[in-house]
Design a protein around this ligand. Structure first.
Ligand code: CUA
Length: 177
C-alpha cells in the first residue's frame, strides 16, 4: 500500500507524541510516585464517617495549637457545610470523599484539592483577609454538582474561638495521629 510521504510524516509525528505522553505519565506515576496531593494517606471510604480522623468533621486544634480542618465530601455536600478558621494562621485541610471524586475549591484562594475516595488529601494554606469564603466543588460529580457548596468564615485572629467541638458533644475523641 502506498502511503503519501506527507501522510507518513504525520503518522510518525503522532506516534512520537503518543510515546512521549505515555512515557512522561509512566515516569511521574512510577518513578516519582505522583499521587493525590501530599502524602499518601488512605482510608476506607465506607467507614470514613466513623473514622476517628473525621469524627467529628470540622475544625480542631492539635496538641501544638495548629489549626486543622477535617472535611468529608459526598454527593452533594461538604461536611461540615459551614466552619470558621482564624485569619493569618496556617490551616491544614484533610479531605476525603465517601462516594465519588469531588474537587474542593475555596474560591479566589489557593486552597484547592481533588478529593478522591479512599485517600485523604492534605494541604496547608492561610487566609489573610477575614470574611466569608465560598467553597465549591470543581469536579463534576453528578446531578447535584453545581449545588455542592460550603461556607468558610475567616475570622480575625484575635476574635476566633477555637474549635466548635463544643457544639458536637459526642466528640470527645482524641484527634492526635
Ligand atoms: Cu462534588 Cu462536583
Amino acid at each position: 500500500m502506498k502511503v503519501d510521504l506527507y501522510e507518513r510524516i504525520w503518522m510518525w509525528g503522532v506516534g512520537v507524541v503518543l510515546v512521549l505522553f505515555f512515557t512522561t505519565t509512566a515516569i511521574s506515576a512510577l518513578g516519582h510516585h505522583f499521587q493525590p496531593p501530599s502524602h499518601v494517606e488512605t482510608i476506607d471510604p465506607q467507614a470514613a464517617m466513623k473514622d476517628p480522623r473525621f469524627t467529628p468533621q470540622g475544625v480542631r486544634l492539635d496538641s501544638e495549637g495548629r489549626v486543622h480542618a477535617d472535611i468529608i465530601a459526598l454527593m452533594f455536600t461538604w461536611l461540615p457545610p459551614e466552619f470558621s478558621v482564624p485569619a493569618e494562621t496556617p490551616v491544614t485541610f484533610h479531605l476525603t470523599s465517601i462516594d465519588v471524586t469531588h474537587g474542593f475549591e475555596i474560591v479566589r484562594t489557593n486552597g484547592q484539592s481533588m478529593v478522591v475516595p479512599g485517600y485523604i488529601s492534605q494541604f496547608t494554606t492561610q487566609f489573610n483577609q477575614p470574611g466569608e469564603y465560598l467553597i465549591a466543588c470543581n469536579e463534576y460529580c453528578g446531578i447535584g454538582h453545581q449545588g455542592m457548596m460550603a461556607k468558610m468564615q475567616v475570622v480575625p485572629k484575635a476574635e476566633w474561638k477555637a474549635p466548635q467541638v463544643a457544639v458536637q458533644p459526642e466528640s470527645e475523641v482524641s484527634h492526635d495521629h
